[in-house]
Design a protein around this ligand. Sequence first.
Ligand SMILES: [Ca+2]
Length: 486
Amino acid sequence: MSSIAMKMINRMTIVALSLLGFFLCAANVTAMDNFKSLEQPNILFILVDDLRTELPVYGKDHIVAPNIDRLAKESVVFQNAYVNVPVCGASRASMMTGIRPTESRFVGYQSRMDEDAPNAIPLFSLLKDNGYFTQSLGKVMHFSDDSKQGWSVPTWHPRLALARGQGTGHRNYQLEENIRSFKKNRKGPAYESADVPDNAYYDGQITDHAIEALEDFKSAGQPFFLTVGFLKPHLPFNAPKKYWDLYDPAKLALSDNPFLAEGMPKQARHSWGEMRKYVGVPKSPDLMPDELALKLMHGYYAGVSYIDAQVGMVMDALRANGLEENTIVVFAGDHGFFLGEHGFWAKHSPFDLATHTPLIVKLPDNKVSGNSDGLVEFVDIYSTLVDLLDIEPPPQLQGSSFAPLLHDLQAPGKEAVYPRWQKGEVIKTEQYAMTEWYGKNGRVQARMLYDHSNDRTENNNLANDPAYKKIVDALHQKLKTMMENR
Ligand SMILES: [Ca+2]
């Protein structure tokens, strides 16, 4: 049992005994239940769309993210956290059910928990059943009505709050020329810098709602599970101009591996269709021009800094309302993103850049803070939270708790984690990342293997090198065993 859970139980026991003495025979189940609900820690769950590990807390000091830096100082920063499927909807559905994706479950951006895993109890439903007030603001699940009975109040998304046909949908352009461009053919540019306040765009509005919710929670007398899903830095890279101004375009540098990996199988190719839907981006198979690549990187970074500012405001509200000392904070991406590495853009790939994402966890008593190098995967988040809260886990869970890593930075992580994308199944260990593509007959059609001890950017495929045959065989066996058991 975790130390938080132990502490809570000790605290509950002491007060429960005094309550019992005070009320004598009047103490009843209802009073105990009320008390228990007051003592459970809250959870503030901040999800960021398409966030790669390009942040100062991941060693990338050229990014301006002082609020995430501040959060990290009181948290455990997982340096090796992997999503289980690198696309928005499926990644979130897998995480929120604690169930692994397969070839037929949690496959695409439109995956639904209530269709793909109808018997699973989503994390928020379980918490609601255990006395929590559960609330969803912004982009949490892909469909806001997925398993909606598990939320205490209707989910809120700024786009859905608009009347139908109003605005430019999820693209949320502010500049007249971009709105016009969008209305012409449902397209627009891949980026925008508008001199507008934070809450002109959706994410600032999500922050406003989160601040309101936290003010309400101050005196609510019920533990909360508040999920705040920010939309940036997802495409299009639209952010207020002041965040663009944090970066000098002359100092931006293109990726240093804009080429395909040596020996890469054709299955690993990627035509970045998501990026090509925008005006001005060349059609397949043309490459991204350098000038546009730099502009897009600038826009992505502006989006990251914009979200960093939102995180700061939400954390300030948590503190201002006296909730910080009884709240677990989870800060997570939903998968990584390519910005020109291997010539790729966006996600949808088994490469490390698409599956590796930030994960930062702050415990209320934050006695331990710093980096954990242990391997963890997003299917573990559910198991970890129920472990910390000492709630009975539902039988569906396929992950395991990484709570020990929150108490000891040297505690080991998993031996291996398992992202997947389409027909590509990945096994990632401390040293290696191997992807196997499976055909209809269950046979391996192609492989790639990278040695992360000297090739973390995955430029040299070793899978066909005879010197690595034993390693390939051992990783293959481990991967097959996992696939048979999920
Ligand atoms: Ca996403």
